[in-house]
Design a protein around this ligand. Structure first.
Ligand code: ZN
Length: 92
């Protein structure tokens, strides 16, 4: 039997955006509002993560800016915004 669980989180529940290096597995994280300069490489092993100005870099930058803006305007929106996450588990 397969059980599917879903987790609902509000915008205020998002504490940090975490970046994990695939080479050394170090993790850096910061609230989305503080991601002014997204690192282009790992601060620990200096493996390149992305190029500045690339579509990947821009999408992360826009995501952080949009999330920060949505959180700042959330009190004036007359509905609750939530993200639904999959948390599937297998029951034996
Ligand atoms: Zn690294």
């Amino acid at each position: 039997m397969t059980i599917q669980n879903h987790i609902l989180i509000g915008l205020g529940d998002i504490m940090t955006l975490r970046l994990t290096c695939p080479s050394c597995h170090s993790v850096i994280g910061s609230p989305p509002e503080k991601w002014q300069n997204i690192p282009l490489d790992c601060p620990n092993c200096h493996a390149e993560w992305m190029r500045g100005g690339s579509p990947q870099y821009e999408s992360i930058r826009v995501f952080c800016r949009t999330l920060a803006e949505m959180r700042s305007h959330e009190k004036n929106i007359r509905c609750e915004i939530q993200l639904e996450l999959s948390a599937s588990g297998r029951c034996v």
